[in-house]
Ligand binder design. Structure first.
Ligand SMILES: Nc1ncnc2c1ncn2[C@@H]1O[C@H](COP(=O)(O)OP(=O)(O)OP(=O)(O)O)[C@@H](O)[C@H]1O
Length: 312
């Protein structure tokens, strides 16, 4: 469990992280979304004790990072996959990490196996592809068998196979009951990977909710209706004040729930061939929410606060 309360970081005049309060629960993958410069890396660095908050605090399992006796056994992180010394082999890099954290050298072979690098364990890390480097970084994060894992943009630059591997791996870690917090600006990827989202913009919290809720709340929801008596249904919808658009042999209705449309159809003896709520994509939701419109920001911030109030 990660809990941030009023987390704030100021660099000179720049407020990089502004009063962030959110929590990340175990047993699921939580995505950390925000446009470039939103403050994701700064937040992750504060979780890991690499930067001190200007105000507020962030705890892992109730403790600040600096209070953890064996940090690597509590929290593992992949921040930058390319920080490994290029002349070191994967095994010697991990052995060095294990030694300096009092972790049994046996664990090195275990994590190499978990991430599928056993066959290249003695090769120079400098010759690794990005995908292999990411796996090595993840092996390092797993060394202490930690409950909490942080990944900063883990799929950046990976090919589809590498992306799929990371996605499945995150799910596996969450299924093992771990807390998995992963930042990305690849929204469609997050929609497939994360079941929960923490969304920030300009250092501030915009939303914390399930991925489904986030998309439904942020994109205009409409309902597609097909019927052999569309004209009659349309007239009834017009009387109700719904917004109706004709689309091929169907109507797209917004402002009225699918339940209400079904009820209306029955009351007007209209046969329905389709009644399907249309969902927006995570991209649409994200662009709408983090777009530059100040008014919209204000709206969603209060909406986010309401959402938080109901979950607290
Ligand atoms: N050490 C620093 N000194 C001054 N400003 C900083 C420092 N680190 C970050 N910033 C600024 O703080 C803001 C947040 O940066 P941060 O890297 O946390 O964002 P991010 O969401 O991770 O962005 P990206 O997706 O581009 O990595 C940016 O405006 C950045 O320029």
């Amino acid at each position: 469990m990660i809990e941030a309360k009023g987390l704030t970081k100021r660099y000179g005049k720049k407020l990089a992280v502004d009063d962030l309060t959110f929590s990340v629960a175990p047993g699921r993958v939580t995505g950390f979304l925000g446009p470039n410069g939103a403050g994701k890396s700064t937040t992750m660095r504060m979780i890991l004790g690499l930067d001190n908050p200007t105000a507020g605090d962030v705890r892992i399992g109730g403790k600040r990072y600096t209070e953890l006796h064996h940090p690597l056994r509590t929290v593992g992180a992949l921040l930058d996959a390319k920080w490994v010394h290029p002349n070191r082999s994967a095994r010697s890099h991990l052995t060095w990490m294990a030694k300096s954290n009092k972790i049994s050298p046996r664990r090195v072979d275990e994590v190499l196996d978990i991430v599928g690098l056993s066959a290249v364990a003695d090769k120079r890390a400098g010759g690794f592809s990005l995908g292999m480097s990411q796996r090595l970084g993840i092996a390092g994060a797993l060394l202490g068998d930690p409950e909490v894992l942080l990944f900063d943009e883990p799929v950046n630059g990976l090919d589809p196979e590498g992306i799929l591997w990371i996605r499945k791996f995150m799910h596996r870690l969450a299924d093992e009951g771990r807390t998995v917090f992963v930042s990305s600006h690849l929204l469609s990827e997050m929609a497939l990977t994360a079941s929960e989202l923490v969304v920030i913009g300009k250092g501030r919290l915009i939303a914390q909710s399930s991925t489904d809720e986030f998309v439904t709340r942020a994109t205009e929801s409409s309902v597609k209706v097909r019927s052999p008596q569309l004209d009659r249904l349309r007239a009834a919808l017009d009387r109700l004040g719904a917004t109706v658009t004709a689309e091929d042999d169907a109507l797209l209705v917004s402002g009225v729930s699918s339940e209400k449309i079904g009820q209306l159809a029955m009351e007007n003896q209209v046969t329905l061939h389709e009644l399907s709520p249309q969902r927006g994509s995570l991209e649409q939701a994200f662009m709408q929410i983090t777009g530059d419109s100040v008014e919209y920001h204000a709206d969603l911030e209060s909406e986010a606060q309401r959402a938080l109030a109901t979950t607290n």
